[in-house]
Design a protein around this ligand. Sequence first.
Ligand code: C2G
Length: 759
Amino acid sequence: MISVVVPYHGEQVYLKDCLDGMAEQVYKDIEVIVVASGVDIPEELINEYKNRVNINCIGIEAESVSAARNAGMDKASGDYVCFVDCDDYLDVKFLDKLKAMAEQSDCDMVFGRIIHTWYRRDIYLEKVNELEADDDEGGNYEDEDEDKDSDETATGYFFGVEKGDSEEVIRDKKKYACGRYMISKRKKYNTVTVLSCIFKLSFLKENNIRFDEELLYYSDVPFLCRVIDKAYSVDGDKEAEYIKRYHNDPIHLPSLLQTAGKDDFNNKIRSYDIAVRDIDRAGNVRFRLDRKLLHYFSTEIAPAIRKNEDKAWRKKRMPVIREKIMAMDDATIKSVGRYKKKLVKALIDDDLKKLCKLSGRRNLRNWIRALILKPKRGMRIKEYLYRHRFTSQPVLDNVVFLESFFGKSYSDSPKYIFEKLNEMYPGRFEYVWVLDKKRKLPYPAKQVKRFSVGYFKYLGRSKYIVFNSRQPKYFVKRKGNVFLETWHGTPLKKLVFDIEEVVSASPTYKRNFYIQSRSWDYLVSANGFSSEVFRRAFVYDKPLLEFGYPRNDILHSDNKEELAEKIKDKTGIRKDRKVILYAPTWRDDEYYDHGKYKFSLHLDLKLMKEKLGDEYVVLLRTHYFIADYLDVRDLDGFVYNMSRYDDIAELYLISDILVTDYSSVFFDYANLRRPMLFYTYDLDKYRDVIRGFYIDMKKELPGPLLFTTEEIIDSIKNIEEVSAGYTDVYDTFYEKYCGWEDGHATENCIKEVFGNKEK
Ligand code: C2G
């Protein structure tokens, strides 16, 4: 029998996946021991599994993984014991394969391999099945690069293979190099782990091998060191897969390592100390462990010493690491490369200057190497200038730096803030606009391309920053900076921390968003609903500007008709027809590349021309993420492609009906109280699979959900009747989402942010 010990510390959301993985194991002779440490036993959940798997739960007071694993081991009655974290899950054949190998070679320990994923189990399995199906059709998913970067069979890899099978077994190609982010490319993850292994219980007991309960982190290291040191036979099977889940929400649901923080020097050193205490000084395990410490010293500690100006910090760390390294065998130090040897010498000589010089030179070498070898060379140089030059130069107190939709247009709230600032405070500020293509602007402003040197210069030096999306990850918030984040829409689609599973976005999306939004000083919210969502989904607790959207002021202006005439003149849209604006959003799952999305037109514009051409024209407006520029030349005079037109608010003004889908455009358009139709041909997929919505579209939207072009045509032909059916719903909708809009949002936001800051 195999006893599977699962430490549990309240992570209910994950435990189900873990237990499903156990219940579906091909090898049935198992006992699962869930050990709740410092939290209530999840009895209800455990009971649900009692008839599917032999399962028990015990509770302990201590709140540590080591204590939980030990308690589990004490309860275990199997021949073998296996440790599984409750946020991970096993492939169904995992235990079967390892048990077979353990018996075949009479091993004290057998290891499988770790596959990293960001997905919950059902999505993971779906992806694997898709791949296997593709594989059957001759597809090839093996990816050498991914393979090199993963720390699969991390344990075996770290300890070498002297007691096991050939290196091939451990480093063989990965079968499931699949899914955009399914398998992490990070190498740095803790590489010594008991996960993905099974151990002979009698062997552990005879040698009194347990987890050190003093250690909150890295207790696997001493445990494994002892196992390998004492084991008679160790073997590995790459086919046995342990699925390790990365946590994409390190803020609310951090993994143990994510709580350790960046500077976990003390934790690592303690774990090293305990590990060396009980192993053979002259043995191979000690040799490898020491090399690992030397690596840690050269790649992390030395650069940290170089970068950290804090003398006390250095003083504490240098002697500690020196003592460890001095106690090492000469042969170990001789075995490392020249650079490490020199660093060790500087450390032993207590020559701080030399140590910093060496590390600095290495850093420069790595940087140049990366520059030569990696793409985006120019970007790296500019980023370097940003970090090391522009952000050290004085802040330009009168400069306002503005960007809308990543520099793709002169539009949205930043546009209106810019114009109003010029009206309210003529000559007080200088302006820099991020714009991919030069525009004629109504007021003087410098224009820089996104990611040009000028862009980085003003990103680094401008006092005021006004963006409607996120700024780059490496943005440095400077003392004196005022960051006004206008955002770009009332949310229908779930945002950041409200999204349970980030399937399409980068798995680091939540973490990055969290870091980026820490720099914001003000966030614009158009209604109470948005305020509530932003506070929670962005974990944002700084001031909200609750006046409505600056970009919507124009929709409340007294001279709307006059403006509309001018816009029609400017765009050349024929005036003898009414205007339908079709403005759909983007689809997360249809993309070419990062930020470049596909759009396939489902609306039959030819049919629309045939049926509505005498009375209407259509403005086709795709989302700014859409890379496809739809060719509608054969519908000239009926369809106008306005996808590259700067400001959608101007298109709202000239249109009589809006057709959209899940885009936030409808919250804004409602300010005009004009009719809206929702062309939601893929509603179920979009809502349930891709995103998840905040509101019930069927109940709350002030217009019908339609699924075919025929239905759209029919509704347009009877638009008055259709609209009449939504009068009450429209009123409620308007009240909830447009209630704050009074045409003065821009002015009010400016007063808050720039108001009392006269110089
Ligand atoms: N937009 C546009 N043309 C479209 C769609 C959108 O100009 N065809 C503009 C509108 O100003 C809209 C904004 O882009 O309000 C955001 O677009 P959404 O379709 O709502 O999608 P997204 O960019 O994902 O933002 O909280 C808002 C959400 O984050 C949605």
